[in-house]
Design a protein around this ligand. Structure first.
Ligand code: SAM
Length: 264
């Protein structure tokens, strides 16, 4: 990819603003669930006492990934780095974790936290998930948390994830998908795109794009949001409530656990 699209710019500005204000997407004012709901207590306990959890995710790709010591892990859209830190603990000193993100403010926060946590097996690289700064056939597991829905070119993201995975490698991602069409007012809103809603595609389309680049055994398991979470997310996007029925959004938008493999 040579230059960012207006969607990339809007998304980057949104997340740069969020990290500057240290506001989590997963708080009461945005699209996702609360932090404590996203991860099991035993996983949260692997972070040092008092370490604040900065998550903008919509699920728990770490549990989904079943990481093993020694593996190389790539996090697409690593944000403030939380999933990379969990992964770094699990793969250990013989493993390696790479986080890729396009927002310099996120990278700065993630690199600072990694240093403070004393994690030397994690590296954060600036780049687009549509054009990964990662060698082909070099990664055991690709993880991602609430990011691929934000891309205006999801097929390219899947092709890149497939390229960098080793044969037999695993794709384990939490993301937003839909069941049925979204109201046009939502789809046209850049703030709804940045808030992880407008860019989401139907689960069947998501699976089709993954299979088209070569992934096999694609599995999508839905995790539905409660109404309060969806309401607060849509309120935050400042959409005119009269323009669309919220019931459609409650039913249509959900977080999904997605796994797939690159064939051996
Ligand atoms: C919803 S946040 C999720 C961050 C992190 N995965 C987490 O769970 O906290 C989305 C992140 O993806 C990054 N991002 C979005 N689109 C991207 C793209 N096309 N290329 C690289 N990074 C992207 C944003 O900069 C932001 O840090």
């Amino acid at each position: 990819m040579t230059s960012p699209t207006p969607i990339h710019e809007a998304v980057r500005e949104h997340y740069a603003g969020r990290i500057k204000n240290n506001a989590s997407c997963c708080g009461p004012d945005n699209c996702c669930s609360t932090d404590s709901n996203l991860y099991p207590a035993d996983l949260l306990a692997t972070l040092p006492d008092g370490e604040s959890i900065v998550s903008y995710g919509c699920g728990d790709p770490i549990t989904l990934a079943s990481l093993q010591p020694g593996q190389t892990v790539l996090d697409l859209g690593s944000g403030a780095g939380l999933d990379c830190f969990f992964a770094a603990k699990q793969v250990g000193e013989s493993g390696k974790v790479i986080g890729v993100d396009m927002t310099p403010e996120m990278l700065e926060q993630a690199r600072g936290s990694a240093k403070r946590l004393g994690l030397f097996n994690v590296e954060f690289r600036e780049g687009f998930i549509e054009d990964l700064p990662v060698d082909s056939n070099s990664v055991d597991v690709v993880i991602s948390n609430c990011v691929i829905n934000l891309s205006p070119n999801k097929s390219k993201v899947f092709a890149e994830a497939f390229r960098v995975l080793k044969p037999g490698g695993k794709f384990a991602v939490s993301d937003i998908v839909t069941d049925g069409p979204l109201p046009e007012a939502v789809k046209q809103s850049l703030s709804a795109w940045a808030g992880c809603v407008a860019g989401a595609v139907e689960a069947s389309e998501y699976i089709g794009m993954m299979e088209a680049v070569g992934f096999t055994d694609v599995s999508v398991t839905p995790v539905f949001f409660d109404k309060e979470t969806v309401d607060s997310a849509l309120d935050d996007m400042k959409l005119d409530v009269k323009e669309y029925p919220r019931e459609v959004v409650y039913k249509a938008v959900y977080s999904a656990k997605i796994t797939a493999y690159k064939p051996v």
